[in-house]
Design a binder for this molecule. Structure first.
Ligand code: PLP
Length: 829
């Protein structure tokens, strides 16, 4: 049968419905399904279909396969188990196709079915836009957690916003970052199901008590604005395809599509104005990472999705169980940072005003249902909202916050808190213009609070919430982050995965701790060679991408030194480039020495308003321009900045990295997950004792990682003595020469003072300890070079990293949340 006949067979099947062969896992059924989708859903014939058409048709066919298991799970859930609700303003998902067919066990069938149509799976995969509904680590964690919850068969919903525009697309023009709008929905989204389900979400207006009311009794909120939250559902398939959860994202819709009175008056633009304003809520993701936007629209986004999600889960609970008393037994609500924290108050409003529960009972239910993950200690990232804004936008919520705070303050006084402690504990910060502290609110409203690495959780307890912890002890615990190995090893690095399976058996695919046995082979020269060969193949592929995107030619035999993450002062890309300049100078001073050839690879986006971060991006480009074109240097050093870092680019860079730069100022990176992705793929880490680097060191062994720099407590001690580092810089001949080169315009001759502010600022207020850590960083880099020249030693270390990273699976993280916070049953591996 030729393709055309097949298409018609598929088509008639599609039309008759029943005669379409079920997706039984056969290539034939998949092929007919894809062709049917191509013709009837995409509206194309095979002979004229573009690669994108084939991608969309394939996605629809795969979605059918996912949907069957989804229905089965919805039916099973009707049996009354507890559900997890994961509330996150960000889901940094990336592409979905390979993950979904991989988890369904259909990769081979889909590949073969397409092949028979003359289409290559690996080519159409590239047609899928990244779903970039997040900024960085926090959003990527939410995506990994969704996948792990499905894999562990935990009934769960993810709730978030269906941003029309995800994180901006970064282009670099002469070293300057430009932000272009991201348009992932431009050609539709084949994975989602738009639902008729919607909920009204109110803003503004006034509040009145009921006649004879008590302050804690129900109140009537008369809003002056109502917006509809419309649901879009995406199935999230777990590994093995046995369980599928739902990611439910909300879009904002105006209740009245047009204002008919204005329309009838002939004011056609005015008739649409309110609609445009209303729907702005789900228009765009705020692009700040580790900083609070503080904008009214952001607060509207937070309340919009929190309210819709709670109305949805409460109505599901009531349909199923008929009473809200059992809510804590049947629902666990996890707040991914404080962004959804207003949900705590919304729960109180719904329970007290709508469902008319007693205030104390409502508070107990709320507290037992909610838990909160803290992601940062940086002051600029801690969310606070002006009381005046809250009163205007959410008057009933502000009332409830005051009420809850009064009771909280009374409890603190009863335990002997003095004025200083009361001011620390209060939900309202009175010192910075009366603001509601969302972290405090989260602590108070949740029965469990966790940090995301051992160090970070200790600092959450000792620095951020010291007084809260004393008043409400036992709430804080640690849940170290993880990553899904399906995406970050099995799919991103199929060559290495094949080698691991050949060596250790396919048990490693479902139980990553079994990779520990790779340690028994770490000295096997043949396996070392095979491991190194897989790395080289990834580097060769990356070298092609680098050339295509930047024009820079790199030698895949060089050491690939990688720092890929958001650009932030605390992550210290500046330290990296400053040390690279020192290295460059050393090469020029002694070109005949046997230098280890290095390619320094940077990638990452800066928040659009973050001037310093953008200056650092520009400096990297200016330095690259000089170094890459210096004939004396040649292949000894290349500096590459890859634009538009996102999940798909990460999947190409991570398997090709020899060295992983995890060099944040100690105490400032909550966990990091890029560090885990890279070490899992066998990159060696050069890093500080920060976040999960510490636990990575504990697992891989101190002899298999390059640790340098001040510890978190040393950073704190040094900060207390002052942050001016002029003296330290002048006392350091290498660092002062590098700074002089930069400030004298050697890298920017057309504008000599370009980096004056950056460098002067760093010296007079060295909050990130660049001067203090420079020497130990440079020494660690020299050690890296020395080890690279001993291949047997290097590859042994690399293999031990992969072998010992199994604990950093997000399945392990989720198991810990499930057992000690959510109290839901989980599968054991
Ligand atoms: C993993 C990941 C991050 C987080 O990286 P860190 O190094 O932990 O900051 C950010 N962005 C993308 C695209 C990622 O895949």
């Amino acid at each position: 049968m030729d393709l055309h006949d097949l298409a018609w067979k598929a088509a008639s099947g599609q039309q008759e419905g029943s005669s379409l062969p079920p997706l039984d896992g056969s290539v034939e059924a998949m092929r007919l399904r894809i062709l049917g989708k191509l013709i009837y859903q995409v509206g194309r014939e095979p002979r004229t279909a573009s690669p994108r058409d084939w991608f969309v048709a394939t996605a629809y066919a795969v979605r059918d396969a996912a949907t069957s298991s989804w229905f089965a799970d919805r039916a099973a859930e009707g049996e009354g188990g507890k559900r997890v609700y994961y509330l996150s303003l960000e889901f940094l998902i990336g592409r979905v196709l390979m993950d979904t067919i991989g988890n369904l066990g259909l990769t081979g069938q889909v590949r073969e079915a397409l092949q028979q149509c003359g289409v290559q799976l690996d080519e159409i995969v590239l047609e899928e836009p990244d779903a970039a509904l997040g900024n960085g680590g926090l959003g990527r964690l939410a995506a990994c957690f969704m996948e792990s919850m499905s894999t562990l068969k935990i009934p769960a919903y993810g709730y978030g916003i269906r941003y029309e525009h995800g994180l901006f697309r970064q282009v670099i023009e002469q070293g300057l970052q430009r932000e272009l709008p991201e348009t992932w929905l431009a050609h539709g989204n084949p994975w989602e199901f738009p639902r008729a389900t919607f909920y009204p979400v109110d803003f503004g207006g006034s509040v009145t008590g009921e006649p004879g009311h008590e302050p804690t009794g129900p109140h009537v909120w008369t809003p002056d604005e109502t917006i509809h939250a419309v649901a879009y559902d995406t199935p999230v398939v777990g590994a093995g395809g046995q369980h599928t959860n739902t990611l439910r994202l909300w879009a904002a819709r105006a209740p009245e599509p047009l204002q008919l009175d204005a329309f009838n008056r002939g004011d056609h633009v005015g008739a649409l104005r309110d609609r445009v304003k209303t729907e702005a809520i789900s228009r765009v993701l705020y692009p700040g990472d580790e900083s609070s936007a503080g904008q009214e629209l952001r607060l509207r986004q937070e309340y919009f999705f929190a309210s819709a999600s709670l109305q949805d889960l409460l109505s599901r609970h009531l349909v199923e169980f008929g009473t809200l008393d059992t809510l804590p037994d049947k629902a666990a609500i996890q707040l991914n940072d404080t962004h959804p924290a207003i949900a705590i108050i919304e729960m109180m409003r719904l329970l007290v005003d709508v469902h008319r529960l007693d205030f104390d009972r409502a508070w107990t239910i709320t507290n037992e249902t909610f838990s909160y993950t803290n992601h940062t200690l940086l002051p600029e990232a801690l969310e606070t909202w002006p009381v005046a804004l809250m009163e205007r936008l959410l008057p009933r919520h502000m009332q409830l916050i005051y009420l809850i705070n009064m009771r909280h303050m009374q409890a603190a006084r009863d335990k002997g808190a003095d004025h200083r402690v009361l001011a620390e504990l209060s939900l309202v910060d009175e010192l910075h213009g009366r603001r509601v502290r969302m972290g405090h609110l989260s602590f108070l409203g949740c029965h469990a609070i966790n940090g995301v690495s051992a160090l970070h959780s200790d600092l959450v307890r000792s620095r951020l919430f010291q007084d809260m912890d004393q008043l409400y002890p036992g709430r804080i615990s640690n849940k170290t982050n993880g990553i899904t190995f399906r995406r970050w090893l099995h799919r991103a690095n199929p060559g290495l995965t094949r080698l691991l399976v050949e060596t250790l058996g396919d048990g490693i695919l479902s139980d990553p701790l079994q990779m520990g046995r790779l340690a028994d082979h770490a000295d096997d020269p043949a396996l070392q060679a095979a491991f190194a060969a897989e790395r080289l193949a990834c580097k060769q592929r990356l070298a092609i991408v680098i050339r295509e995107r930047t024009g820079i030619v790199v030698d895949p035999a060089s050491l690939f030194d990688v720092q890929v993450k958001r650009i932030h002062e605390y992550k210290r890309q500046l330290l990296n480039i400053v040390q690279a300049i020192a290295h460059y100078r050393a090469i020029l001073a002694d070109p005949g020495r046997h230098w280890v050839p290095r390619v320094k690879i940077f990638a990452g986006k800066a928040a659009p308003g973050y001037v310093r971060a953008k200056e650092i991006i520009r400096l990297v480009h200016d330095v690259a321009q000089m170094v890459n074109n210096d004939p004396v240097v040649g292949d000894r050093l290349k500096i590459v900045y890859m634009p538009n870092y996102n999940v798909s680019l990460a999947e190409q860079i991570v398997p090709a990295a020899d060295l992983s730069e995890q060099i944040s100022t100690a105490g400032m990176e909550a966990s990091g997950t890029g560090n885990m992705k890279l070490a899992l793929n066998g990159a060696l880490t050069i890093g500080t004792l920060d976040g999960a680097n510490i636990e990575i060191r504990d697992f891989v062994g101190a002899e298999n990682i390059f640790i340098f720099g001040l510890t978190a407590s040393e950073v704190a001690a040094q900060s207390a003595t002052g942050l001016d580092s002029h003296h330290a810089v002048r006392a350091n001949p290498v660092l002062s020469e590098v700074f002089d080169m930069i400030t004298s315009g050697q890298f920017s001759p057309e504008e000599p003072h370009r980096y004056r502010n950056l460098i002067d600022g760093t010296q007079s207020y060295d909050r990130f300890m660049l001067a203090a850590d420079f020497d130990s960083y440079a020494a660690a880099q020299a050690e890296v070079d020395a080890f690279w020249q001993q291949p047997a030693r290097w590859w042994r270390m690399a293999m031990l990293n992969t072998a010992r990273l199994g604990w950093f699976s997000s399945d392990r993280s989720i198991r810990e949340y499930a057992e000690s916070i959510w109290r839901v049953p989980v599968m054991q591996p």
